[in-house]
Structure formats: C-alpha cells, structure tokens
Write a protein that binds this ligand. Structure first.
Ligand SMILES: Nc1ncnc2c1ncn2[C@@H]1O[C@H](COP(=O)(O)OP(=O)(O)OP(=O)(O)O)[C@@H](O)[C@H]1O
Ligand SMILES: [Mg+2]
Ligand SMILES: [Zn+2]
Length: 461
C-alpha cells in the first residue's frame, strides 16, 4: 500500500519541513509554506531514460569519446548571441520573465524559424488554447508544416507525445502550468516544478532533444518555484524590459555553453519581436534636450557589446524631513555610495536634497563603469551646469574619490566614436589606450572629472 505522508514546503525556495513554519529559515520569507503530499518511496519512480544507474562506471577522461557539440542557429541573431552562438542540441534552456513581457511570443517566433529550417517542433501550450496560439501565430506570420501545437498540462502525456513525434526541439509554455501524475501537489508548487523539470531534463539528455521551458517570475523578480530550477537547467535567460515601452532585453544569467552577461535587444511590435542590431542609435535618439543639467552619457559593457546609455539625475531641495533617494536601473546601494563620495570628496551638500536617478531606455546597469557618469549627472544637476553633450563618461569610483580603471576601454571608445561622440572622460589608469577618433581626457579623481566634462557656456559645441 502506498503510504501518504505530508510535508510543508517553502514555495519561495523549496525548503522542506515536517510541520508548518511561519518564517522560512532558508530564505527568510514569511507565510510561504504550503502542505504537499509526499509519495512514499515504495512507489516505483520510472525515470528510466538515463538507463540503470548501477551500470555506470567511472571512465578515464582520455578514453571518453564525444561527438562534436551540435549547435544550431535560431535565425534570430540577437537570441543566438545570448545563447553563445545558437541552441545546443540536447540542452535545456529556461526563459523567465514578467507576465506579458513576450515569452510566448519569442518562443513561438523561434519555433517558427526552426521549423522553417526543417526541424520538427513540439510547442506545448499549457496556458493557452489552440485558438489563442493560432491567433498569435497569425499575427507573427508563423506558419509551417513542421510546427506542432499541443495544448496539454499533463507531463506524462507530453512525454508520450515526445516519444511518438520525436521532435528536434520542444517548447514548454510554461513549467508552472504543467504537472506530473507522480506527485499529488498542485501544478506550480515547488515539488511539481522540481519533478517536471527533472523529467524534462532526463528526456533532453536521453533523446538528445533541445527543450526550452518558460518560467514565470515572482513579484521580486525571481523565478517562481525552487531555486534548484536554475541549477538544473543548462541555460537561464531573463526577459526584461519596461512593459509600457517597446524595448525588451534578453539577458543570459547562466550558460553552460557560453558567455554570460550577454544581452540581446528587441523591440515589441504588432508583428512580434524585432531584433535591434544597433541599439545605441535608438537609445540616444530618445535624448530630447541636450542642454539640460543632469544628463550624462555612459558606456557600459554588456557582455561583448558596449552600450551607450543616458543617465538622468534630478536634484532638488526636499520638502520632507529626510531627503528622498530614488533610482531606476541603478542599484540603490551603489547610488548611496556615489552620493556619499560626492558629499565627502567633492563637498557637494546633498543632506537636504532629494536625488532621483534614471537610466533611460529601461536598461538596468549592473556594471561599475557607469559610476562616474551617474556622479556627473548628479553633480552637474546640483551645480546647475551642463555636461558637454558630445562627451561620454567612463569610470568606476572608489570610496576615496579615486577613479578605478575599467575593462575593454578600447571597445567602449570605439563604440562612442562610431556614435559621433567627440570626447571621453576615462580613468587615468586606462590612459594608454590609443584612439585617434575621439579626444581622451584621463582623470584621477572624481573632482577632476567635473571640470573636465562640463560644457563651456550653454550652447557651446
Ligand atoms: N496586436 C499587438 N500589437 C502589438 N503588441 C502586441 C499585440 N498583441 C500583444 N502584444 C504584445 O505582446 C505581449 C504579450 O506577449 P506574450 O503573450 O508573448 O507574453 P508572455 O510573456 O508569454 O505573457 P504571459 O506571462 O501572460 O504568458 C503584450 O504585453 C503586448 O506587449
Ligand atoms: Mg505566455
Ligand atoms: Zn524559503
């Protein structure tokens, strides 16, 4: 007889306990425990796809022969880039993002492109009906003889179809909506997600099928379900962007087959996602007024590509007892650190000033080379002077106000010069870089950067 035992599982991180807990000892979340039924071990677990485990013996590394890693292009070059040059056959990729950001759209487009190249694609639609998917496919112009849409939530049925159809690539939309009959807890629970991902992973490895799964994210931006999901899959890609703007950014967070911190940039339109090959033009086009204090251009290096991004700051006397610090696209504690350095090393008194900092274009900057640009946007706004609109600012700020060197300075300068900038403020330690298309101004301290970047007279060019 199958014994039924229950356990309490944190739906945030997957921590298990015998009884209810108000606060999770692992991730610190409150009220995230729900009861799940645990199947006792007497039930046979039929994940035989990897073969009988006891048959496996250690092998000498020099005796292991593998075929060449097979990679195929998705025909969407921005997507290929963040995958490290295309999808790897037999790998499992997780794409996570906010509701409505465009996860189903990009994967239906990808499925369509792969099918056009002759691959057999199984698109498991666990959230939408055939009609809904067809409507989207019509809008995107996806129409192929090799693309199967399968509205199904039961994993065993999905597995059966994979056996019958032998597709090259399977798309699962989404992991939170499918469930395995081996486990009694509801779809979307930690145990279900873990089990389903495990089975899908075994199918991918055993049958050498590429599986792409969609994952939803929680309010605070983590993939809903256990953290182990990210550990299990080969590649984790986040889909970001401002839902009310048309930019979308794909960012790879983990990749067993390539570089991480690559980004791909898209624009969402009626016909689906269109890749943007030259994002710098687009981001800078958003610049409306060049002669307003508090705007600075930084050159961040996202993956292998430098991005020119505008930082805007607003500094004003606060009506509140304690001043406000608000930022968008910049890490909050990073902002506080920059403000502290500006107060202490530049003598800017911000204790009665509200400070707002915005990264334009819905971009998130997590690279310290933007520090100096952020500081210049704030400092010029506070002093009511204008940063020269043809200058880019590059540098990481240290606590004593010194400027630290940055990586790939040559690539950043080339990108800035190509976009028409005439002058670059760079860290002194990077001064040996050679570039005759742009005037280089090396600075040692944050205070030197201020005088170097301000425009002489409001309309000077
Ligand atoms: N006719 C249209 N024209 C332009 N954009 C559209 C149109 N229809 C939908 N969209 C865009 O597509 C987005 C929805 O895309 P999609 O369904 O792929 O998102 P998703 O991430 O799969 O969402 P969910 O989490 O609900 O599954 C909408 O937010 C909207 O931006
Ligand atoms: Mg969807
Ligand atoms: Zn937890």
């Amino acid at each position: 007889m199958v014994k039924v035992k229950s356990k309490w599982v944190c739906q945030n991180c997957g921590y298990e306990s015998a009884g209810y807990l108000g606060k999770c000892p692992e991730c610190g979340n409150w009220g995230s425990f729900t009861e799940e039924i645990e199947q006792s071990a007497s039930k046979p677990q039929n994940f035989g796809v990897l073969g009988v485990v006891n048959d496996v013996k250690p092998e000498l590394i020099k005796d292991i022969h593998i075929g060449k890693e097979v990679r195929f292009s998705t025909n969407i070059s921005e997507f290929d880039r963040i995958l490290g040059g295309g999808l790897v056959q037999g790998s499992i990729v997780l794409i996570a993002g906010d509701p409505g950001i465009g996860k189903s759209t990009i994967l239906l487009q990808t499925g369509g492109e792969l099918a056009k190249k002759g691959q057999k694609i199984l698109y498991v639609s666990a959230e939408e009906s055939l009609g809904q998917v067809k409507l989207r496919a019509n809008r995107l112009g996806v129409d192929s003889d090799n693309l199967y849409i399968y509205p199904q939530t039961n994993l065993e049925a999905i597995r059966e179809q994979i056996e019958q159809l032998s597709p090259d690539t399977v798309i699962v939309d989404s992991i939170q909506a499918i469930y395995s009959g081996n486990i009694t807890s509801t779809a979307g629970s930690v145990s279900q997600i873990r089990e389903c991902c495990n089975i899908l992973m075994n199918i991918a490895k055993a049958k050498n099928i590429t599986i792409i799964i969609i994952g939803h994210v929680t309010k605070d931006g983590n993939i809903a379900g256990p953290k182990v999901l990210e550990h299990m899959v080969d590649t984790v890609i986040y889909f970001e962007g401002d839902k009310y703007k048309s930019f979308r950014i794909l960012r790879s967070m983990k990749n067993r087959f390539g570089n991480t911190s690559e980004v791909g940039i898209f624009e969402m339109g009626a016909n689906g996602l269109v890749e943007i090959k030259n994002p710098n033009e687009l981001f800078l086009n958003e610049r409306s007024f060049e002669n307003i204090p508090g705007s600075a251009i930084v050159v961040t290096n996202e993956g292998t590509r430098p991005l020119l991004v505008e930082i805007q700051a607003l500094v004003g006397t606060t009506p509140y007892p304690s001043p406000r610090r608000v930022c968008n696209g910049v890490d909050f504690s990073r902002l506080l650190q920059i403000l502290a350095v500006l107060e202490k090393r530049v003598g800017l008194n911000l204790s009665k000033q509200d400070v707002y900092v915005n990264v334009m274009g819905g971009i998130e900057i997590d690279e310290p080379s933007a520090d100096l640009g952020i500081a210049m946007a704030i400092a010029t706004c506070a002093r009511d002077v204008v940063v020269d609109p043809q200058t880019v600012i590059i540098g990481e700020i240290g606590l004593s106000g010194e400027i630290h060197p940055v990586s790939s300075i040559d690539k950043r300068l080339n990108e800035a010069a190509s976009s028409g900038f005439k002058k670059a403020i760079i860290p002194y330690a990077n001064k040996d870089v050679i570039n005759d298309r742009i005037k280089i101004v090396p600075v040692k301290r944050i205070i030197d950067a201020i005088s170097a970047c301000i425009s002489m007279g409001v309309n000077s060019k």
